[in-house]
Design a protein around this ligand. Sequence first.
Ligand code: HEC
Length: 207
Amino acid sequence: MKYQTSLSLSLLALLCLLAVSSTGCGGGATASSTPPEPIEPGIPYKKFTDAVHAVMMADRTVYASKVVTRLKKQDAPVTPSEYWEDEDHTIPLPAQMFRMGSELVFENPEAGFTYALKSKWPLNEQNGPKSEFETKALDFLAENPDENFYGEETLGGDKFFVAAYADKAVAEACWSCHNDHGNREDHYPEFAKDDVMGGVIVRVPIK
Ligand code: HEC
């Protein structure tokens, strides 16, 4: 199956952002000896979702490793806390940063897509699967940790291309915080290194 989306300016800008270091974009030609790859007059949906997912993961990793971990190493008087809104000297957890970003994108009609971090075992029930497709995607990722899941879904009469990417327990902080969390329900798994803890779901409206 081949998915094509027409190029909106925001998508083009995003790809430019991604490509700029290696190929340069549009008018801002680089002095690099390698000529830029010509951009196709349409981005396959899969390429688009893979690209935005790469940016999301990079931002989350940078926040976790360069902000949260750095503060911790310095014994800083500011700590990450789930209850940062009510507690002084705290900052949001990486998952909360991720969710707040996704909420802003959801409210932005120019964005052209939506995304969410979900799990079959959510600490915040808001992050549980909300459609048959999401349940199927999260089941697939749990069984195939090294693959992505792509497909189409119709919601309220609107059609979407949907991509799902595994979210794994890459650092001890992931499983220790989740395994010890007060919100865990009885059927909550005991997560260990590299386990799939959930998935990032990216949704693009299509015709
Ligand atoms: C200090 C505790 C803590 C750490 C460390 C942490 N999480 Fe979470 N995680 C949470 C909380 C709390 C939520 C719910 C956030 C919200 O309100 O949306 C969450 C949400 C999630 C979700 C969405 C489903 C859910 O449980 O609500 C996934 C998937 C997830 N985390 C995976 C990870 C991974 C992978 C790591 C490591 C890279 C990680 N978490 C590190 C506390 C933590």
